[in-house]
Write a protein that binds this ligand. Structure first.
Ligand code: GDG
Length: 508
């Protein structure tokens, strides 16, 4: 067993259970773990992410929360992250709350670090950079210092909770340096990283002054997981060009004395659960649906956080173009865009909101009639129980991000459809989901004409073709669901060489 050396614990980790049932591990992984002293059958799962999902309720927006909340409801482990309050003290008191078999461990951040680490480096540097938006990167050295400081503090606060055979699964771009910081604190557990957003090609990545440190820090993980093959290829290309890491086979690299796995683990949704939610439409949604049925109106739906990566202005322009090219569709097609606010303190988000509101106003002002509002735009979070029936009642799912790690809405739309009379998914080629969802109508989200033509194709598609496409998509979404994603990642992490090949590190 490995020795864990921890700094003094801010709260006693004594009541954290030691055994964890149901950890996924392949037979190969189990055999390997016997050699290395780890135990995939009993090791706990420790999830680390910027924010800790509310395990009691998953009715909130946010892909990560929806994707992972179910896992920890069923097994022992910890979910560690920031408490979300903007006015704490970085390194201050740790809160521990038990929810079922799991524990939520949350830590505070100071206003300075919320501005520097979260709004700054994570969301004004890494988010635009990783979404290929160099024009929106707001690089400031102080942001990077705060990002490093917060990762070091999180590592110091997390380390006392860890046990030797824990599997640590770190999520997303906020926490790239966390494994490096945990290693410095003496942690030798297997640590995996999953990036929910795209990983850009080397030419874009090197525009960041910190690209070398970021990639070196990534290589301290045992498993680096991406949404798509394209993302994994981008990191491998960077390594081939600029790193001494040696590629051993398709997914494994030798980094010093260690082996690091780089692979794709496309995230899925709780497809059965989401489909079941369509049967419980509340009165408001049912009335809306009946009204549209009586009026013979079809609906195009989009559901996205109001983020510049989601291609919302382009979508509105495509709808406008559709109406210009097919005036016969006036009053018979509406476009419902749900776009809850997000990261409003980052300047680029204010800009996209203003652009969108101007476009909605201009299009509706020009086209609307007293009994027809072409675009219904909801800039609030809609309850999840309403979303599923709203998607089912919409004939087109319009999912056209300019760049997206995966895009769960594409999968939710498919899961929500009535197989006997399904709607059509119009999907951006630049969403990670396009790598798997071949039967969607794939579009270039920058090409307004193509999107308008494709919307028309979707609205006029014969039933037989809709069913054929939907059947294949549904089969995929059901089989490659959230559970399959977690199992695949955890199997890879359980099977990782982990501490076996890592030299003993002195605690700092
Ligand atoms: C990141 C990556 C990746 C949206 N509006 C409301 C609402 N939502 C839900 C959707 C969906 C989730 O939020 C959004 O997930 P996405 O995948 O579309 O996008 P991101 O938030 O950008 O997520 C993304 C994901 O992580 C997972 O790895 O796919 O590429 O960017 O579930 O339904 N939910 C509720 N009300 C809303 O108004 N309740």
């Amino acid at each position: 067993m490995t020795q864990l050396s921890s700094p003094p614990s801010p709260v006693p980790p004594s009541d954290i259970p030691s055994a964890l049932a149901g950890t996924a591990a392949t037979p190969d992984a189990s055999a390997h773990l016997e050699e290395t002293g780890g135990d995939a059958e009993t090791g706990r799962l420790v999830i680390v992410s910027n924010r800790v999902a509310n395990l009691r309720s998953t009715g909130q927006a946010g892909g990560l929360a929806v994707g992972l909340a179910e896992t920890l409801k069923e097994r022992d482990g910890i979910w560690f992250g920031w408490n979300g309050a903007p006015d704490g003290v970085t390194g201050g008191e740790v809160q521990v709350e038990r929810v079922g078999p799991a524990e939520q461990v949350t830590v505070p951040l100071s206003p300075k670090d919320v501005a520097g680490y979260y709004l700054g480096y994570a969301n004004s540097v890494l988010w635009p950079l990783f979404h290929y938006r160099l024009d929106l990167v707001d690089y400031r050295p102080a942001f990077y210092e705060s990002y490093q400081r917060v990762n070091e503090t999180f590592a110091r606060q997390l380390a006392p909770f860890l046990k030797d055979d824990d599997l640590i699964w770190v999520h997303d771009y906020h926490l790239i340096p966390l494994a490096r910081c945990l290693r410095k604190a003496g942690c030798r557990q297997r640590i995996g990283f999953f990036l929910h957003i795209p990983f850009p090609p080397p030419d874009i990545l090197v525009a960041s002054p910190n690209h070398a440190e970021l990639v070196e820090a990534l290589l301290d993980y045992d498993v680096i997981g991406f949404q798509t093959q394209a993302d994994a290829v981008n990191l491998k290309a960077y390594l081939a060009e600029r790193s001494p890491a040696v590629q051993l086979d398709d997914t494994r690299f030798r980094v010093g004395t260690r082996t690091v796995t780089i692979d794709r683990f496309p995230i899925g949704i709780d497809a059965k659960g989401f489909a079941a939610m369509t049967r419980e439409a509340d009165d408001e949604v049912q009335i809306d649906l009946m009204r549209r049925q009586v009026l013979g109106r079809r609906q195009i739906i989009g559901v996205d956080r109001l983020d510049y990566s989601k291609g919302l202005p382009e979508r509105l322009k495509a709808f406008d173009r559709l109406m210009a090219q097919h005036p016969e569709l006036e009053k018979s097609v509406t476009y419902l865009q749900v776009a809850p606010p997000t990261r409003e303190k980052v300047g680029a988000y204010g800009d996209i909101r203003a652009e969108l509101e101007a476009l909605v106003g201009a299009i509706n002002g020009r086209l609307a009639d007293f009994n027809w509002t072409p675009i219904r735009y909801i800039h609030r979070s809609v309850d999840r129980a309403k979303l599923a029936p709203l998607m089912r009642g919409s004939q087109v799912g319009f999912v056209t991000p300019l760049r997206d790690g995966m895009n769960l809405v594409a999968k939710e739309y498919v899961a929500a459809q009535d197989p006997a009379d399904p709607g059509v998914l119009v999907l951006s080629r630049f969403a990670g989901a396009a790598e798997e969802m071949h039967e969607a109508l794939l579009v270039n989200p920058y090409d307004i004409d193509e999107m308008a033509r494709t919307l028309y194709q979707a609205l006029t598609m014969p039933l037989a073709e809709r069913r054929r496409r939907h059947e294949a998509l549904l089969d995929h979404v059901m089989r490659h669901d959230a559970r399959a994603w977690q199992e695949a990642f955890l199997a890879a992490l359980s099977g990782a060489t982990g501490s076996a090949a890592r030299p003993q590190q002195a605690p700092s």
